[in-house]
Design a protein around this ligand. Structure first.
Ligand SMILES: *Cc1c(COP(=O)(O)O)cnc(C)c1O
Length: 409
């Protein structure tokens, strides 16, 4: 018999979202008529926009004709899309198109990136964090068994209200791979230039590489905040940036993302990370959907940008309504603290004296609203809930009305 990859044995059971779904199901079994509203998901809800949809439809129709048909394309993506991302998303940052790689989404890129660094690399992550950074590392064997302080080989960097959700980096081991997400899922915190400078300087001084997940960069509305890590001097020497059309243009189901691997980024032996990434993408990946890539090109047209800005504004308005509700008297009286700066789809809300799952249950019970327990993203998320602004406006308004009725004291 063949031995199982020990990474799978090391992996603790996926708990958060299955448990949320289970509690929701159990509630519905007891209250079959309850109209539950979900503010728990990190999934987009609003339709694709017209300019982008029409580009994909036109291209898809062409695929049904002799002249319009195309099969495999370059594994790294359409050169026109790579150039457009370099020119539009990273304007003035001096990237050439060969440093941009098109993919089927950032989660997939995060998983593939772990093949670049082998099993010995120490890992550092924000706590709380998006689960794939650590779970993916465990599967490939770069992190070990799970114990009381998390997985072996992983350094957890608490991001708390006390440190403004920006971690103390001094615990990071030299030559680590640092996963970093800003604007952050789940805390919603968007780093300032000086915070990112600290991160970049630390990485350069300590031989670290940063995997910078900027999936929510389109939600940044404060012009003083950096939208890319490459706005920081020295970042091309120490960072890979991963981004996606998922939250930017509602492509969660269409599937399209990209990674930036600068020519300057080198391993300890001086060889090029970009060349290995090129090898990974041409070997383990076979190109993003050509229809999706046409959608991506359209999304970066002036018309597409106007549309996606409107789409993101819609969710930001949802977030503003939720913020208003969560800052209501009933919450304030219980000492509830809402962390939200307006640059992310997520509100991070602290309920002093409550365990995350207990306040989750109470809000499900009394408001019929599903949230996400902060503790599911890591120990520093205990006593928090994440409220997501991905939802239809009417549902969000109704959820806000119900939350306003909640009695906490
Ligand atoms: C939603 C999300 C992504 C995007 O994943 P895709 O695979 O591109 O859909 C990446 N990182 C974080 C933190 C996310 O929340």
């Amino acid at each position: 018999m063949i031995e199982r990859n020990t990474g799978f044995a090391n992996l603790a059971a996926g708990y958060l979202f299955p448990e949320v779904a289970k509690r929701r199901r159990e509630y519905l079994e007891k209250h079959p008529d309850a109209k539950i509203i979900s503010l728990g998901i990190g999934n987009t809800t609003e339709p694709l926009t017209p300019h982008i949809t029409s580009a994909m439809v036109t291209y898809a129709r062409g695929l049904g004709t002799k002249v319009g048909y195309s099969g495999y394309g370059d594994e790294q993506g359409l050169s026109s899309l790579r150039e457009k991302i370099a020119d539009v998303v990273y304007a003035n940052l001096g990237f050439s198109s060969n440093e941009i790689f098109i993919s089927d989404g950032s989660k997939c890129d995060i998983a593939r990136i772990q093949t670049l660094f082998g099993r010995k690399v120490p890992i550092a992550v924000q706590d709380p964090a998006y689960p794939v950074y650590v779970d993916g590392s465990v599967i490939v064997g770069a992190a070990g068994k799970s114990g009381r302080n998390g997985y072996k080989g992983v350094t957890y960097l608490p991001c708390t209200a006390e440190n403004g959700f920006f971690p103390d980096l001094s615990a990071v081991k030299p030559d680590s791979l640092i996963y970093f997400c800003s604007p952050n899922n789940p805390t919603g915190a968007a780093c300032t230039k000086s915070q990112l400078k600290k991160l970049v300087d630390f990485a350069n001084q300590n031989g670290c590489i940063i995997i910078f997940d900027s999936a929510y960069s389109a939600f940044i509305r404060n012009d003083k905040l950096p939208r890319s890590i490459y706005e920081i001097k020295g970042a091309k020497k120490c960072a890979i940036e991963i981004n996606s059309f998922s939250k930017l243009a509602g492509f969660t189901g269409v599937r399209l993302g990209w990674s930036v691997v600068p020519n300057e980024l080198k391993y300890a032996d001086g060889s090029s990370v970009r060349e290995d990434w090129n090898r990974v993408m041409t070997t383990l990946f076979n190109g993003a959907s050509n229809i999706a890539q046409q959608g991506g090109l359209a999304a970066l047209d002036p018309k597409g940008i106007e549309e996606t800005t409107g789409l993101v504004d819609y969710y930001l308005e949802n977030a503003r309504l939720m913020e208003e509700a969560l800052r209501g008297e009933n919450f304030a009286a219980a000492g509830v603290r809402v962390y939200y700066t307006g640059d992310s789809p997520y509100l991070w809300v602290n309920f002093p004296g409550w365990k995350s799952w207990d306040i989750f249950d109470k809000i499900l019970d009394e408001c019929r609203v599903v949230t996400t327990p902060g503790s599911g993203f890591g120990p520093s998320g205990e006593s928090y809930l994440r409220f997501s602004s991905f939802g239809h406006r009417d549902d969000v308004r109704e959820a806000c009305r119900r939350l306003a009725q909640l009695k906490l004291v």
